[in-house]
Write a protein that binds this ligand. Structure first.
Ligand code: ZN
Length: 296
């Protein structure tokens, strides 16, 4: 019985469903954008999954095989995927490479960059997806790249890209209005990871760097004391940590500086499907709402 139903369901699918464009994306955020724009025409696999760190990713032989079988490889660029060159060579990838950030005006990376957070971009901050205005360029690049690999889908990709671009623009307008309602001097947050430079720049949020504190070294008492002084001096209302391994340090800081510990922000990866940031649109909304809540 089950078998029959399945057979009927499959027969009712349009022909192209049998041969979707095989796409590999480097990490979950550009994978989601590509699914939004590609719709039913594409089958997207993300090498770095939800809640995983693309900075320290090491491609496996299975990943090499996946890429070798793909027609399109979607990456962020700006040196974010330091492992990309080796992978494309190993896979002898000859398909369409979509560098989603191509044409985006990059910001310079902060000097406090953590270890294990190295980028090949030569001092360029790769986290441009945190600015929805720059994401419009990502959308354009993805639509163009998919069209190059699958010209028959052009109208579909253009229409879906336009629709998605409108949603991203609406989100940006909403965030701009909400942040503008907070006095500029109060728009200060402290994050552990230098991934929110683009968000800060777009909405006039001052991001403070935890000097001497990194995710993979134990912070000295001196560094913690200096950080507490900085938080108090700058009147930071909340601190956010992302991929923070040492929760004790976070709690100690919050206690000593008498500030709120904000919920975790989503920087370089989506949440799992059940989490609050399972798509780029929900990730962005979640981060903005979380930061806004800390200002109140
Ligand atoms: Zn990062």
């Amino acid at each position: 019985m089950k078998k029959t139903l399945l057979g009927v369901a499959l027969l009712s699918l349009p022909l192209w469903a049998w041969a979707k464009l095989p796409v590999v994306a480097s990490f979950s955020i550009v994978a989601d954008m590509t699914r939004e724009i590609g719709g039913d025409r594409v089958e997207v696999v993300s090498l770095v999954g939800p809640d995983q760190d693309a900075h320290v990713f090491q491609p496996s032989p299975a990943d090499v095989k996946r890429l070798a079988g793909a027609k399109v490889f979607v990456v962020n660029g700006l040196g974010f995927e330091g492992w990309m060159g080796r992978l494309t060579r190993s896979a002898a990838f000859k398909g369409t490479l979509i560098e989603t950030s191509k044409g985006v005006k990059p910001l310079r990376a902060e000097e406090h960059e953590e270890e294990g957070h190295g980028h090949e971009g030569g001092g360029v901050d790769p986290h441009a997806w945190q600015d929805p205005v720059r994401v419009q360029t990502y959308i354009k690049n993805i639509a163009e790249g998919l069209t190059k690999a699958d010209p028959e889908g052009k109208a579909v990709y253009q229409q879906r890209a336009a629709e998605y671009g409108r949603k991203v623009n609406e989100l940006d307008q909403w965030a701009a209005k909400a942040f503008a309602a907070v006095p500029a001097g109060q728009r200060k947050v402290l994050t552990s990871h230098d991934a929110f430079g683009y968000l800060g720049k777009r909405y006039g949020i001052q991001l403070l760097a935890p000097q001497g504190v990194s995710t993979d070294t134990e912070a000295s008492a001196k560094a913690v004391a200096a950080l507490v002084r900085q938080i108090k001096k700058e009147k930071v209302k909340a601190i956010f940590f992302e991929n923070m391994t040492d929760k004790r340090l976070l709690e100690q800081l919050a206690r000593e500086a008498k500030v709120t510990v904000g919920a975790e922000l989503y920087a370089d990866a989506l949440s799992s499907p059940k989490g609050p940031a399972s798509s780029y649109l929900t990730l962005f909304r979640y981060n903005v709402e979380t930061i806004l809540k800390s200002f109140r």
